[in-house]
Write a new protein. Structure first.
Length: 490
Protein backbone atom coordinates (compact mmCIF):
# COMPACT_ATOMS: atom_id res chain seq x y z
CA UNK A 1 0.00 0.00 0.00
CA UNK A 2 1.10 3.56 -0.54
CA UNK A 3 1.49 6.19 2.11
CA UNK A 4 1.27 9.93 1.72
CA UNK A 5 4.63 11.51 0.98
CA UNK A 6 5.83 15.01 0.24
CA UNK A 7 5.82 14.32 -3.49
CA UNK A 8 2.38 13.22 -4.67
CA UNK A 9 2.34 9.64 -5.99
CA UNK A 10 1.86 9.25 -9.73
CA UNK A 11 -1.25 7.18 -10.35
CA UNK A 12 -2.54 5.14 -13.23
CA UNK A 13 -6.27 5.09 -13.96
CA UNK A 14 -8.05 1.76 -14.34
CA UNK A 15 -11.57 1.72 -15.81
CA UNK A 16 -13.98 -1.04 -16.70
CA UNK A 17 -17.46 -0.30 -17.99
CA UNK A 18 -20.73 -2.19 -17.88
CA UNK A 19 -23.17 -1.11 -20.54
CA UNK A 20 -26.83 -2.07 -20.62
CA UNK A 21 -27.92 -2.13 -24.24
CA UNK A 22 -31.69 -2.14 -24.70
CA UNK A 23 -32.42 -4.52 -27.55
CA UNK A 24 -34.80 -3.19 -30.20
CA UNK A 25 -37.66 -5.66 -30.04
CA UNK A 26 -41.40 -5.06 -30.15
CA UNK A 27 -42.08 -7.46 -27.29
CA UNK A 28 -40.41 -7.96 -23.92
CA UNK A 29 -37.77 -10.61 -23.21
CA UNK A 30 -40.05 -13.28 -21.72
CA UNK A 31 -43.62 -12.23 -22.67
CA UNK A 32 -45.59 -10.54 -25.44
CA UNK A 33 -46.08 -7.19 -23.69
CA UNK A 34 -45.04 -4.20 -25.78
CA UNK A 35 -41.70 -2.47 -25.20
CA UNK A 36 -42.87 0.82 -26.70
CA UNK A 37 -41.96 3.86 -24.69
CA UNK A 38 -44.29 6.60 -23.48
CA UNK A 39 -47.54 4.69 -22.81
CA UNK A 40 -49.68 5.24 -19.70
CA UNK A 41 -48.19 3.60 -16.60
CA UNK A 42 -48.72 -0.17 -16.26
CA UNK A 43 -50.56 -0.56 -19.58
CA UNK A 44 -47.77 -2.59 -21.20
CA UNK A 45 -47.89 -5.42 -18.71
CA UNK A 46 -49.20 -8.96 -18.39
CA UNK A 47 -49.20 -11.67 -15.72
CA UNK A 48 -45.67 -12.77 -16.75
CA UNK A 49 -43.90 -9.40 -16.44
CA UNK A 50 -46.00 -8.54 -13.39
CA UNK A 51 -44.54 -11.66 -11.79
CA UNK A 52 -47.79 -13.48 -10.99
CA UNK A 53 -47.24 -16.89 -9.41
CA UNK A 54 -47.68 -19.81 -11.77
CA UNK A 55 -46.80 -17.93 -14.96
CA UNK A 56 -43.99 -19.14 -17.19
CA UNK A 57 -41.45 -17.01 -19.07
CA UNK A 58 -40.75 -17.84 -22.74
CA UNK A 59 -37.62 -16.46 -24.41
CA UNK A 60 -38.22 -13.90 -27.18
CA UNK A 61 -36.17 -15.26 -30.10
CA UNK A 62 -35.80 -11.83 -31.67
CA UNK A 63 -33.95 -10.65 -28.55
CA UNK A 64 -31.67 -13.69 -28.75
CA UNK A 65 -30.93 -12.91 -32.43
CA UNK A 66 -30.03 -9.28 -31.71
CA UNK A 67 -27.85 -10.33 -28.77
CA UNK A 68 -25.96 -12.83 -30.94
CA UNK A 69 -25.40 -10.18 -33.64
CA UNK A 70 -23.94 -7.73 -31.14
CA UNK A 71 -21.83 -10.45 -29.53
CA UNK A 72 -20.37 -11.35 -32.93
CA UNK A 73 -19.73 -7.68 -33.79
CA UNK A 74 -17.80 -7.41 -30.51
CA UNK A 75 -15.66 -10.41 -31.48
CA UNK A 76 -17.13 -12.60 -28.75
CA UNK A 77 -17.36 -16.35 -28.66
CA UNK A 78 -21.04 -17.30 -28.72
CA UNK A 79 -21.67 -20.12 -26.26
CA UNK A 80 -23.34 -23.17 -27.84
CA UNK A 81 -25.16 -23.57 -24.53
CA UNK A 82 -25.85 -20.80 -22.05
CA UNK A 83 -28.37 -20.59 -19.25
CA UNK A 84 -30.54 -18.18 -17.31
CA UNK A 85 -30.31 -17.46 -13.59
CA UNK A 86 -32.32 -15.61 -10.99
CA UNK A 87 -30.61 -12.60 -9.44
CA UNK A 88 -32.35 -11.78 -6.17
CA UNK A 89 -32.84 -8.40 -4.63
CA UNK A 90 -35.77 -6.62 -3.10
CA UNK A 91 -36.92 -3.34 -4.55
CA UNK A 92 -40.45 -2.17 -5.43
CA UNK A 93 -39.59 -1.95 -9.15
CA UNK A 94 -38.88 -5.69 -9.29
CA UNK A 95 -42.21 -7.55 -9.10
CA UNK A 96 -40.84 -11.11 -8.86
CA UNK A 97 -38.22 -10.26 -6.22
CA UNK A 98 -35.59 -11.44 -8.70
CA UNK A 99 -34.36 -10.47 -12.12
CA UNK A 100 -33.84 -13.12 -14.79
CA UNK A 101 -30.24 -12.73 -15.93
CA UNK A 102 -27.30 -14.94 -16.90
CA UNK A 103 -24.67 -15.64 -14.27
CA UNK A 104 -22.04 -18.31 -14.80
CA UNK A 105 -22.85 -19.28 -18.38
CA UNK A 106 -23.41 -16.09 -20.41
CA UNK A 107 -24.35 -16.06 -24.09
CA UNK A 108 -21.24 -14.13 -25.22
CA UNK A 109 -17.67 -14.20 -23.86
CA UNK A 110 -14.08 -13.18 -24.57
CA UNK A 111 -14.57 -10.40 -27.11
CA UNK A 112 -12.63 -7.23 -27.76
CA UNK A 113 -12.76 -3.78 -29.28
CA UNK A 114 -9.82 -1.92 -30.82
CA UNK A 115 -9.42 1.79 -30.08
CA UNK A 116 -7.97 4.39 -32.46
CA UNK A 117 -4.74 4.56 -30.42
CA UNK A 118 -4.15 0.89 -31.19
CA UNK A 119 -5.07 -0.41 -27.73
CA UNK A 120 -7.28 -3.50 -27.58
CA UNK A 121 -9.98 -3.45 -24.89
CA UNK A 122 -11.14 -6.85 -23.71
CA UNK A 123 -14.83 -7.61 -23.46
CA UNK A 124 -15.32 -10.09 -20.67
CA UNK A 125 -18.87 -11.08 -21.47
CA UNK A 126 -22.25 -9.99 -22.74
CA UNK A 127 -25.35 -11.55 -21.25
CA UNK A 128 -29.10 -11.30 -21.66
CA UNK A 129 -31.24 -10.00 -18.84
CA UNK A 130 -34.56 -8.30 -18.23
CA UNK A 131 -34.91 -4.69 -17.15
CA UNK A 132 -36.68 -3.67 -13.94
CA UNK A 133 -39.63 -1.28 -13.72
CA UNK A 134 -39.43 2.38 -12.86
CA UNK A 135 -40.29 4.31 -9.69
CA UNK A 136 -41.70 7.81 -10.00
CA UNK A 137 -41.08 9.77 -6.83
CA UNK A 138 -43.79 12.35 -6.19
CA UNK A 139 -43.02 15.67 -4.55
CA UNK A 140 -39.25 15.67 -5.03
CA UNK A 141 -36.54 15.13 -7.62
CA UNK A 142 -35.58 11.73 -6.21
CA UNK A 143 -36.55 9.41 -3.39
CA UNK A 144 -35.25 11.76 -0.68
CA UNK A 145 -37.92 14.21 0.39
CA UNK A 146 -40.64 12.70 -1.79
CA UNK A 147 -44.18 12.21 -0.42
CA UNK A 148 -44.76 8.84 -2.02
CA UNK A 149 -43.58 6.79 -5.00
CA UNK A 150 -45.51 5.29 -7.89
CA UNK A 151 -44.37 2.15 -9.63
CA UNK A 152 -44.62 1.78 -13.41
CA UNK A 153 -43.90 -1.73 -14.71
CA UNK A 154 -44.08 -0.91 -18.44
CA UNK A 155 -40.30 -1.26 -18.60
CA UNK A 156 -40.14 -4.43 -16.47
CA UNK A 157 -39.01 -7.31 -18.67
CA UNK A 158 -37.55 -5.16 -21.47
CA UNK A 159 -34.65 -7.09 -23.07
CA UNK A 160 -31.14 -5.91 -22.24
CA UNK A 161 -27.74 -7.14 -23.25
CA UNK A 162 -25.24 -6.24 -20.54
CA UNK A 163 -21.82 -5.76 -22.12
CA UNK A 164 -19.01 -5.97 -19.57
CA UNK A 165 -15.51 -4.78 -20.45
CA UNK A 166 -12.26 -5.86 -18.87
CA UNK A 167 -10.64 -3.17 -16.66
CA UNK A 168 -8.48 -2.29 -19.66
CA UNK A 169 -9.43 1.35 -20.18
CA UNK A 170 -6.79 3.79 -18.95
CA UNK A 171 -8.40 7.22 -19.30
CA UNK A 172 -11.75 9.01 -19.50
CA UNK A 173 -11.01 9.68 -23.18
CA UNK A 174 -10.59 5.95 -23.87
CA UNK A 175 -13.84 5.19 -22.02
CA UNK A 176 -15.62 7.83 -24.07
CA UNK A 177 -14.26 6.40 -27.32
CA UNK A 178 -15.23 2.87 -26.26
CA UNK A 179 -18.81 4.06 -25.61
CA UNK A 180 -18.95 6.06 -28.84
CA UNK A 181 -17.78 2.99 -30.79
CA UNK A 182 -20.24 0.71 -29.02
CA UNK A 183 -23.08 3.13 -29.74
CA UNK A 184 -22.03 3.27 -33.37
CA UNK A 185 -21.86 -0.52 -33.61
CA UNK A 186 -25.36 -1.06 -32.14
CA UNK A 187 -26.73 1.52 -34.58
CA UNK A 188 -24.99 -0.04 -37.59
CA UNK A 189 -26.42 -3.42 -36.56
CA UNK A 190 -29.87 -1.96 -35.80
CA UNK A 191 -29.98 -3.85 -32.48
CA UNK A 192 -30.54 -0.71 -30.33
CA UNK A 193 -31.17 2.96 -31.04
CA UNK A 194 -28.11 3.83 -28.94
CA UNK A 195 -29.74 6.80 -27.25
CA UNK A 196 -27.81 7.57 -24.05
CA UNK A 197 -29.97 10.59 -23.24
CA UNK A 198 -33.14 8.50 -23.15
CA UNK A 199 -31.48 5.54 -21.45
CA UNK A 200 -31.63 2.94 -24.22
CA UNK A 201 -27.90 2.57 -23.53
CA UNK A 202 -26.83 2.94 -19.90
CA UNK A 203 -23.21 3.00 -18.81
CA UNK A 204 -21.81 2.23 -15.36
CA UNK A 205 -18.11 2.99 -14.95
CA UNK A 206 -15.91 1.15 -12.44
CA UNK A 207 -13.04 3.49 -11.70
CA UNK A 208 -9.95 2.95 -9.55
CA UNK A 209 -6.42 4.28 -9.47
CA UNK A 210 -3.13 2.63 -8.52
CA UNK A 211 0.46 3.81 -8.28
CA UNK A 212 2.17 3.66 -11.67
CA UNK A 213 3.96 0.32 -11.94
CA UNK A 214 1.63 -1.46 -9.53
CA UNK A 215 -0.09 -4.58 -10.83
CA UNK A 216 -2.76 -4.94 -8.14
CA UNK A 217 -6.00 -3.03 -8.46
CA UNK A 218 -6.98 -0.17 -6.18
CA UNK A 219 -10.41 -0.03 -4.53
CA UNK A 220 -12.97 0.90 -7.17
CA UNK A 221 -16.12 2.94 -7.18
CA UNK A 222 -19.00 2.41 -9.57
CA UNK A 223 -20.40 5.57 -11.12
CA UNK A 224 -23.91 5.65 -12.60
CA UNK A 225 -26.29 8.15 -14.14
CA UNK A 226 -24.17 9.43 -17.04
CA UNK A 227 -26.54 10.33 -19.84
CA UNK A 228 -24.17 11.42 -22.60
CA UNK A 229 -20.67 10.73 -23.90
CA UNK A 230 -19.58 14.06 -22.48
CA UNK A 231 -21.02 13.12 -19.07
CA UNK A 232 -19.06 9.83 -19.11
CA UNK A 233 -15.82 11.70 -19.75
CA UNK A 234 -16.53 14.38 -17.13
CA UNK A 235 -17.69 11.90 -14.48
CA UNK A 236 -14.61 9.68 -14.85
CA UNK A 237 -12.26 12.68 -14.78
CA UNK A 238 -13.99 13.91 -11.63
CA UNK A 239 -13.74 10.49 -10.00
CA UNK A 240 -10.03 10.12 -10.86
CA UNK A 241 -9.26 13.58 -9.43
CA UNK A 242 -11.29 12.83 -6.30
CA UNK A 243 -9.61 9.48 -5.66
CA UNK A 244 -6.16 10.96 -6.32
CA UNK A 245 -6.81 13.68 -3.74
CA UNK A 246 -8.06 11.17 -1.14
CA UNK A 247 -5.00 8.93 -1.54
CA UNK A 248 -2.53 11.80 -1.62
CA UNK A 249 -3.99 13.06 1.64
CA UNK A 250 -3.45 9.66 3.23
CA UNK A 251 -7.08 8.54 3.08
CA UNK A 252 -8.61 5.35 1.69
CA UNK A 253 -11.15 4.84 -1.06
CA UNK A 254 -14.51 3.39 -0.04
CA UNK A 255 -15.98 0.80 -2.38
CA UNK A 256 -19.35 2.29 -3.21
CA UNK A 257 -21.80 3.24 -5.93
CA UNK A 258 -21.78 6.92 -6.81
CA UNK A 259 -24.20 9.01 -8.81
CA UNK A 260 -23.06 11.56 -11.38
CA UNK A 261 -24.75 14.93 -11.13
CA UNK A 262 -24.46 16.63 -14.50
CA UNK A 263 -25.57 20.03 -13.18
CA UNK A 264 -22.99 20.25 -10.37
CA UNK A 265 -20.31 18.27 -12.22
CA UNK A 266 -19.59 15.88 -9.35
CA UNK A 267 -20.24 12.31 -8.19
CA UNK A 268 -21.88 11.60 -4.82
CA UNK A 269 -22.17 8.31 -2.93
CA UNK A 270 -25.43 6.43 -3.47
CA UNK A 271 -25.26 3.23 -1.47
CA UNK A 272 -22.72 0.65 -0.38
CA UNK A 273 -22.08 -1.92 -3.09
CA UNK A 274 -23.55 -5.29 -2.34
CA UNK A 275 -21.09 -8.12 -2.81
CA UNK A 276 -22.00 -10.27 -5.80
CA UNK A 277 -22.91 -13.28 -3.66
CA UNK A 278 -25.59 -11.25 -1.88
CA UNK A 279 -27.71 -11.71 -4.98
CA UNK A 280 -28.05 -15.43 -4.22
CA UNK A 281 -27.99 -16.38 -7.89
CA UNK A 282 -29.53 -19.68 -8.75
CA UNK A 283 -30.55 -21.34 -12.01
CA UNK A 284 -33.86 -20.26 -13.55
CA UNK A 285 -35.73 -23.55 -13.58
CA UNK A 286 -38.58 -22.18 -15.69
CA UNK A 287 -36.38 -21.64 -18.75
CA UNK A 288 -34.52 -24.34 -20.66
CA UNK A 289 -30.82 -23.81 -21.49
CA UNK A 290 -30.31 -21.51 -24.47
CA UNK A 291 -28.82 -23.57 -27.29
CA UNK A 292 -27.21 -21.96 -30.34
CA UNK A 293 -27.02 -24.06 -33.49
CA UNK A 294 -23.61 -23.84 -35.21
CA UNK A 295 -24.98 -23.64 -38.74
CA UNK A 296 -27.45 -20.93 -37.77
CA UNK A 297 -24.65 -19.00 -36.04
CA UNK A 298 -22.52 -19.16 -39.19
CA UNK A 299 -25.41 -17.74 -41.24
CA UNK A 300 -25.90 -14.87 -38.78
CA UNK A 301 -22.19 -14.12 -39.02
CA UNK A 302 -22.44 -14.08 -42.80
CA UNK A 303 -25.36 -11.66 -42.73
CA UNK A 304 -23.74 -9.03 -40.49
CA UNK A 305 -23.65 -5.62 -42.20
CA UNK A 306 -20.46 -3.62 -42.69
CA UNK A 307 -19.43 -2.30 -39.27
CA UNK A 308 -17.95 1.15 -38.49
CA UNK A 309 -14.35 -0.08 -38.35
CA UNK A 310 -14.73 -1.82 -41.72
CA UNK A 311 -16.34 1.25 -43.33
CA UNK A 312 -13.51 3.44 -42.01
CA UNK A 313 -10.97 1.05 -43.45
CA UNK A 314 -12.71 1.00 -46.85
CA UNK A 315 -13.03 4.80 -47.10
CA UNK A 316 -9.40 5.23 -46.08
CA UNK A 317 -7.76 2.47 -48.08
CA UNK A 318 -10.06 1.74 -51.03
CA UNK A 319 -11.64 5.13 -51.69
CA UNK A 320 -8.52 7.01 -50.63
CA UNK A 321 -10.07 9.63 -48.37
CA UNK A 322 -7.88 11.14 -45.64
CA UNK A 323 -8.20 9.64 -42.13
CA UNK A 324 -10.06 12.68 -40.78
CA UNK A 325 -12.79 12.54 -43.43
CA UNK A 326 -13.01 8.74 -43.28
CA UNK A 327 -13.63 9.00 -39.55
CA UNK A 328 -16.31 11.70 -39.84
CA UNK A 329 -18.15 9.75 -42.53
CA UNK A 330 -18.16 6.67 -40.29
CA UNK A 331 -19.37 8.38 -37.13
CA UNK A 332 -23.04 8.34 -38.06
CA UNK A 333 -24.42 5.47 -40.06
CA UNK A 334 -26.85 7.65 -42.01
CA UNK A 335 -24.15 10.06 -43.21
CA UNK A 336 -21.95 7.13 -44.25
CA UNK A 337 -24.89 5.52 -46.05
CA UNK A 338 -25.56 8.77 -47.93
CA UNK A 339 -21.92 8.98 -48.99
CA UNK A 340 -21.96 5.33 -50.07
CA UNK A 341 -25.05 6.03 -52.19
CA UNK A 342 -23.07 8.83 -53.89
CA UNK A 343 -20.12 6.49 -54.43
CA UNK A 344 -22.38 3.98 -56.13
CA UNK A 345 -23.41 6.66 -58.64
CA UNK A 346 -19.89 7.95 -59.33
CA UNK A 347 -18.39 4.64 -60.34
CA UNK A 348 -15.76 5.45 -62.95
CA UNK A 349 -15.38 9.05 -61.73
CA UNK A 350 -13.01 8.71 -58.76
CA UNK A 351 -12.12 12.40 -59.12
CA UNK A 352 -15.52 13.20 -57.58
CA UNK A 353 -15.03 11.13 -54.40
CA UNK A 354 -13.09 13.73 -52.41
CA UNK A 355 -15.13 16.80 -53.42
CA UNK A 356 -18.37 14.96 -52.55
CA UNK A 357 -16.97 14.12 -49.11
CA UNK A 358 -15.90 17.75 -48.66
CA UNK A 359 -19.32 19.12 -49.60
CA UNK A 360 -21.02 16.68 -47.25
CA UNK A 361 -18.74 17.39 -44.32
CA UNK A 362 -18.45 21.17 -44.65
CA UNK A 363 -21.26 23.02 -46.41
CA UNK A 364 -24.03 20.42 -46.04
CA UNK A 365 -23.08 19.58 -42.44
CA UNK A 366 -22.92 23.29 -41.62
CA UNK A 367 -26.41 23.80 -43.01
CA UNK A 368 -27.71 20.76 -41.07
CA UNK A 369 -26.26 22.15 -37.82
CA UNK A 370 -27.84 25.55 -38.39
CA UNK A 371 -31.20 24.05 -39.31
CA UNK A 372 -30.98 21.41 -36.54
CA UNK A 373 -31.69 18.64 -39.03
CA UNK A 374 -29.98 15.40 -39.91
CA UNK A 375 -28.92 13.96 -43.23
CA UNK A 376 -32.07 11.85 -43.57
CA UNK A 377 -34.16 15.04 -43.66
CA UNK A 378 -32.63 16.73 -46.72
CA UNK A 379 -34.43 16.91 -50.06
CA UNK A 380 -31.18 16.76 -52.04
CA UNK A 381 -30.76 13.18 -53.27
CA UNK A 382 -27.34 11.52 -53.66
CA UNK A 383 -27.91 11.64 -57.47
CA UNK A 384 -28.32 15.40 -57.36
CA UNK A 385 -25.37 15.97 -55.02
CA UNK A 386 -23.22 14.05 -57.49
CA UNK A 387 -24.65 16.21 -60.29
CA UNK A 388 -23.82 19.39 -58.36
CA UNK A 389 -20.27 18.30 -57.67
CA UNK A 390 -19.82 17.26 -61.32
CA UNK A 391 -20.93 20.78 -62.40
CA UNK A 392 -18.37 22.27 -60.04
CA UNK A 393 -15.57 19.97 -61.14
CA UNK A 394 -16.29 20.73 -64.80
CA UNK A 395 -16.17 24.47 -64.02
CA UNK A 396 -19.73 24.82 -65.32
CA UNK A 397 -20.44 26.69 -62.10
CA UNK A 398 -18.11 28.27 -59.56
CA UNK A 399 -18.02 27.28 -55.92
CA UNK A 400 -19.67 30.54 -54.82
CA UNK A 401 -22.65 29.70 -57.04
CA UNK A 402 -22.67 26.16 -55.65
CA UNK A 403 -22.79 27.49 -52.10
CA UNK A 404 -25.55 29.94 -53.07
CA UNK A 405 -27.73 27.19 -54.59
CA UNK A 406 -27.19 24.69 -51.79
CA UNK A 407 -29.87 25.84 -49.28
CA UNK A 408 -32.52 25.73 -52.00
CA UNK A 409 -31.41 22.27 -53.15
CA UNK A 410 -31.31 20.95 -49.58
CA UNK A 411 -34.77 22.31 -48.84
CA UNK A 412 -36.62 21.67 -52.10
CA UNK A 413 -34.49 19.12 -53.93
CA UNK A 414 -34.44 19.02 -57.71
CA UNK A 415 -31.74 19.00 -60.35
CA UNK A 416 -28.83 21.44 -59.81
CA UNK A 417 -28.25 21.46 -63.59
CA UNK A 418 -31.81 22.56 -64.28
CA UNK A 419 -31.59 25.18 -61.54
CA UNK A 420 -28.34 26.62 -62.94
CA UNK A 421 -29.88 26.84 -66.43
CA UNK A 422 -33.13 28.36 -65.17
CA UNK A 423 -31.26 31.03 -63.20
CA UNK A 424 -28.56 31.63 -65.81
CA UNK A 425 -25.84 30.95 -63.26
CA UNK A 426 -23.40 29.08 -65.46
CA UNK A 427 -19.77 30.06 -64.83
CA UNK A 428 -18.20 32.51 -67.28
CA UNK A 429 -15.05 30.85 -68.58
CA UNK A 430 -14.83 32.75 -71.87
CA UNK A 431 -11.50 34.60 -71.87
CA UNK A 432 -12.54 37.56 -74.02
CA UNK A 433 -15.65 38.21 -71.90
CA UNK A 434 -13.56 38.01 -68.73
CA UNK A 435 -10.86 40.24 -70.22
CA UNK A 436 -13.48 42.94 -70.85
CA UNK A 437 -14.51 42.74 -67.20
CA UNK A 438 -10.89 43.05 -66.07
CA UNK A 439 -10.35 46.08 -68.31
CA UNK A 440 -13.41 47.75 -66.84
CA UNK A 441 -12.35 47.26 -63.24
CA UNK A 442 -8.81 48.47 -64.00
CA UNK A 443 -10.16 51.58 -65.72
CA UNK A 444 -12.46 52.32 -62.75
CA UNK A 445 -9.77 52.03 -60.07
CA UNK A 446 -6.65 53.95 -61.15
CA UNK A 447 -5.56 54.62 -57.55
CA UNK A 448 -5.57 50.95 -56.62
CA UNK A 449 -3.78 50.08 -59.86
CA UNK A 450 -1.05 52.57 -58.99
CA UNK A 451 -0.79 51.20 -55.46
CA UNK A 452 -0.55 47.64 -56.82
CA UNK A 453 2.22 48.64 -59.20
CA UNK A 454 4.01 50.37 -56.29
CA UNK A 455 4.23 46.99 -54.54
CA UNK A 456 0.89 46.40 -52.77
CA UNK A 457 0.40 43.10 -54.58
CA UNK A 458 -2.17 41.93 -52.04
CA UNK A 459 -4.61 44.24 -53.84
CA UNK A 460 -5.10 41.46 -56.39
CA UNK A 461 -7.79 40.17 -54.01
CA UNK A 462 -9.61 43.49 -54.27
CA UNK A 463 -9.71 43.33 -58.08
CA UNK A 464 -10.89 39.71 -58.09
CA UNK A 465 -13.59 40.59 -55.55
CA UNK A 466 -14.85 43.50 -57.71
CA UNK A 467 -15.10 41.26 -60.75
CA UNK A 468 -16.85 38.46 -58.87
CA UNK A 469 -19.34 41.00 -57.56
CA UNK A 470 -19.96 42.49 -60.99
CA UNK A 471 -20.48 39.01 -62.48
CA UNK A 472 -22.75 37.85 -59.62
CA UNK A 473 -20.20 35.19 -58.71
CA UNK A 474 -20.22 33.70 -62.20
CA UNK A 475 -16.71 34.68 -63.34
CA UNK A 476 -14.13 31.89 -63.16
CA UNK A 477 -11.80 33.20 -60.42
CA UNK A 478 -8.78 31.25 -61.68
CA UNK A 479 -8.97 32.72 -65.17
CA UNK A 480 -9.61 36.19 -63.69
CA UNK A 481 -6.50 35.86 -61.57
CA UNK A 482 -4.33 35.01 -64.57
CA UNK A 483 -5.67 37.86 -66.74
CA UNK A 484 -5.33 40.35 -63.87
CA UNK A 485 -1.77 39.37 -63.12
CA UNK A 486 -0.86 39.87 -66.77
CA UNK A 487 -2.68 43.19 -67.20
CA UNK A 488 -1.42 44.70 -63.98
CA UNK A 489 2.14 43.83 -64.88
CA UNK A 490 1.89 45.83 -68.11
ZN1 LIG B 1 -45.65 -8.96 -20.01
Amino acid sequence: MTTATATPTKFETVIGVEVHVQLKTDAKLFCNSSTHFGADANTHTCPICLGYPGTLPVLNEKARDLAVKLGLALNCTIAPVSKFDRKHYFYPDLPKGYQISQFDQPLCENGFMDLSNGRRIGITRAHLEEDAGKLNHVGAEGLAGSLYSLVDLNRAGTPLLEVVSEPDLRSAEEAKEYMANLRNIVRYLGVCDGNLEEGSMRCDANVSIRPVGSTTFGTRTETKNMNSLRAIERAINFEVARQTKVLNEGGTITQETRLWNDATGETLPMRGKEAANDYRYFPEADLPPLRIDGEWLASVKQSLPELPAQRYDRLLNTIGLPAFESNLLTETKELGDYYDACLAITQGQPNLHKPIANWLLTDINGWLNTEKKDITEIALTPEHLVELVALLEANTIGSSVGKKLLPELLTNGGSPKALVEAKGLGQINDESALEAMVDEVIAKNPDNVAAYKAGKTKLIGFFVGQIMKASQGKANPEVINNILAKKLAE
